[in-house]
Design a binder for this molecule. Structure first.
Ligand SMILES: [Zn+2]
Length: 260
């Protein structure tokens, strides 16, 4: 699933093409997509100017000139591409000279949805060690599923939670309240370091993921991945293992020697 770095990559790529332009087409391609986008919302977007292209967590937000916005979520494998139509096109947006197509073979993507309650942006000043520590200390849930809870911190999914926990040397299935103060500070730093590098790299394009930016280019963070989708830890060379139970519904790899 596209996480913060992938959605930010999409945002940066689309912004110069969309910002300041008036929407001339905004249409859903039926069937079976976007129950949450009422036709009147799409009709209302026609003729409005796109004032900003923002991201919040894994959501892409177009701020429109009528003070409303159009929110999109890429779901599991949705892709926004510039100027190319295709068999899986579910949504088309035209603004100025740009044409953006939302392709979504698995149909988990959404257009015109509302923003759910989201925790702080992990790369902002609002995401503090104290916030992370307070949240972890109150929970018996696994530290990995807490990191993937969008109401705790926005934008982290399986890939970046896995990588940050490896850097912080914490096992993904450790209960949140058993993470020490020192480990919490390490985890906070690891989250920022991982996401910063991933944004800089244009996101991750892994074997089981189909992420491409709107111009069809793959990301580069896969070169730096230590654990996710691997058998051996890239940095440590140890054999990796999966937790006995999936966490937040996902297989969770870790290094049994480096992560306690
Ligand atoms: Zn190791």
């Amino acid at each position: 699933m596209p996480e913060l770095p992938e959605v930010e990559t999409v945002r940066r790529s689309l912004e110069p093409h969309l910002r300041g332009h008036v929407i001339s087409a905004c249409e859903i391609r039926p069937p079976g997509f976007n129950h949450k986008a009422p036709p009147e919302l799409l009709r209302a977007a026609l003729g409005k100017k796109i004032l900003a292209v923002r991201r919040r967590g894994k959501y892409l937000i177009l701020d429109l000139s009528d003070e409303k916005n159009l929110i999109m979520h890429l779901g599991m494998s949705g892709r926004l591409s510039l100027g190319e139509d295709g068999a899986h096109a579910r949504f088309i947006l035209r603004a100025g000279p740009a044409s953006v197509v939302f392709q979504d073979p698995r149909r988990f993507g959404r257009v015109g949805c509302a923003l759910p309650p989201l925790g702080p942006e992990p790369l902002s000043g609002e995401f503090t060690v104290e916030h992370l520590r307070r949240t972890l200390s109150r929970s018996r849930a696994s530290v990995k599923s807490i990191l993937m809870d969008q109401s705790v911190v926005a934008g982290i999914g399986n890939i970046y939670a896995t990588e940050a926990l490896y850097l912080a040397k914490i096992r993904p299935n450790r209960p949140g309240r058993r993470v020490s103060r020192e480990e919490c500070a390490r985890l906070h730093a690891a989250i920022r370091r991982t996401l910063t590098l991933a944004v800089k790299s244009g996101g991750s394009t892994l074997e089981d993921e189909s992420f491409l930016d709107p111009r069809g280019r793959p990301g580069g963070f896969q070169k730096f991945v230590n654990v996710y989708g691997r058998k051996i830890g890239r940095a440590c060379g140890h054999d990796l293992r999966a937790t006995p139970k999936p966490l937040a519904g996902r297989t969770s790899l870790y290094c049994p020697l480096c992560q306690k």
